[in-house]
Design a protein around this ligand. Sequence first.
Ligand code: CDP
Length: 784
Amino acid sequence: MGRGGEQMSFGRMHRKEDARFIRGRGTYTDDVRLPGMLYGAILRSPHAHARIVSVDTSAAEAHPKVRAVITGQTLAGLNLAWMPTLSNDIQAVLATDKVRFQGQEVAFVVAEDPYSARDALELIDVDYEPLDAVIDARKALDPGAPVIRDDLEGRTGNHIFDWEAGDRARTDAVFERAEVTVAQDMLYPRVHPAPLETCGAVADFDKVTGKLTVWCPTQAPHAHRTLYAMVAGLPEHKIRVISPDIGGGFGGKVGIYPGYVCAIVGSIVTGKPVKWMEDRSENLMSTAFARDYHMRGEIAATRDGRIQGIRVKVLADHGAFNGTAQPTKFPAGFFHVFSGSYDIETAHCEVTGVYTNKAPGGVAYACSFRVTEAVYLVERMVDVLAAELGMDPAELRLRNLLKPEQFPYTSPTGWEYDSGDYPKALRLAMDLAGYDKLRAEQADKRARGELMGIGVSFFTEAVGAGPRKHMDILGLGMADGAELRVHPTGKAVLRVSCQSQGQGHETTFAQIVGQELGIPADDVEVVHGDTDQTPFGLGTYGSRSTPVSGAATAIVARKVRDRAKIVAAAMLEASPDDLEWADGRWSVVGDPSTGKSLAEIALAAHSNLELPEGVEGHLDAVTVYNPPNLTYPFGAYICVVDVDPGTGQVKVRRFVAVDDCGVRINPMIVEGQIHGGLADGVGMALMQVMAFDEDGNHLGASFMDYLLPTSMECPSWELGETVTPSPTHPIGAKGVGESATVGSPAAVVNAVVDALAPYGVRHADMPLTPANVWRVVNGNPFRT
Ligand code: CDP
């Protein structure tokens, strides 16, 4: 705390943005209302796979309130029927030849009000010729499987890519001579980020100026603008993307959806602003899913529990268009981190991507690309090994965790973990949980026939994508800009390219500036989410904001501080070399009474004070930050569950989470991020799956079927922390936004499987709904 209780540094501070959010004064895309605005609605395919024979729009066009009906053919005439995906594939904006998943976009109606637009959808007559669908990814490569992407030249099957990492020969050799090996098939089911605010856009094309303005809840406004310019051929400086308040993104709002393009075309065609907002079912059926990895893991170890090698095969279901958001070089995201937090001699994985008749996506749902799947795999496998060896899973982990002196550590797949003290974090979690006592309680309960489970997981994430030499999305490097302007009275405006979806950047980024310049965080306005107002950068996902834009913020503030030093030296008639920065002031070394605050220096910088030759006035600076490495947050989680053998109901009784995200800017926000992620993990482990029937009908397109966790399913979280600063980040911070979503599902599943151990159960796939647990209990009563 600074003078007068004002927050000038890192620490707990209420979010600035809460003032508007708790009063219902946020401005979301759907709050944007422009004069003369029209409304769009999308006609979607009822089939998972069908040929389009004809589309008759005449009745809809005759509707008195309809202004335009746009079909795939209309777009084909503008060369806009297809758009690039984030994975260098193409995706239909509106279908021309075939529909390839249920809910795919077929036509777009623009009307005077939203109800007429929806009514007119009913008047469009589409003649479909249904085709066999590929729903199970494991059948996508069967000879004779229907070919989904026959639009792609020369395509005869549903194979997208093969990718591998690690050393196959060395890993195979370790498995050959291992004392113990275990193997397990598992599915990380298809889930959905399910933000409370659905997707949508308001597009306004001004024919006079040629300027297009798009409001939409994008996590990456600058990338959207560049892609619109590239795809539509519009000049980039004539495009403005505004991302207002966002009601949750979780990775689902990174890509460009067909509805956005339709709203833009609708505005160009009608000459009016057009708003399109999807409803809940549309969001769940057609926007990006996450995970859907069929995995087989194997571990080789010594009989006394030393893990030597890990081998993985993955079949990745990418849906009908390869729209996953991954850095170009990494089609399986950061799945490489599958050797986890352990000192393993060698590792190898192979991933095969396939098309199926499901919505495209594969987004990094609250995780750094595919690291969630990797963490789940290795943490389940370690438990499978513990069961095989008859060892305590926490003990097995402690035996294999990387040691502090091994950092920076290069993993067997070539990633350089920056810093960590893993055993300390796990021991702290065990102490907080009272691990030994819990095991004793479990033994008592087992003796009485009660099912209690204790699940441990340890994760390492890789966040802050990323170093330009390794990472880009569609050729755009992943560096972030920051601009800082200090007004004459010492109030500052920070402009950043990242885009908050509720993570509190307006507070924490102001705190970073406050910490660096010794001014209250309340004196710093953070501007983001408007391409006309902010420098270029790739946006917010994969917990990259603090590692990349946060670092840019610290560096731009330091540039301002360096300039302030020169001004202060002129004010004090001293040499800059004789000044020191202490307590938020520049003063002559050893004489704090000479101290000049930033506000005093800012006023002088704008005055007629004579500055040394070549030194410009004012206190403004810009920077572009290219991270030297990712940051590697980590954590140790322990979950305690009770399972009712009669109903299969799982109750998460306790959850202890020790997180290390390096230096914490605002511990209150960090804890909030962890709470949310833990709830996410409970949801995925126990409740959620995007299910389909064998014809590709979506079985979870509402919140009655696709369940979100509430306080009823969550315990009172018990948090702990260790702090191991990142040596490559200017303030030592690592990302945290997604850690808990990454680390918690394995802890919950490990706990449930542990509870079911008396039945000989070693693995059960998520979601562990009462029905699934009951089946495991009753279907495999004494499986070994
Ligand atoms: O990219 P995203 O904002 O989703 O994730 P993040 O960079 O991990 O940050 C989430 C929130 O936690 C932001 O408000 C961060 O500034 C804050 N945070 C923090 O206070 N200290 C850290 N070490 C990491 C994040």
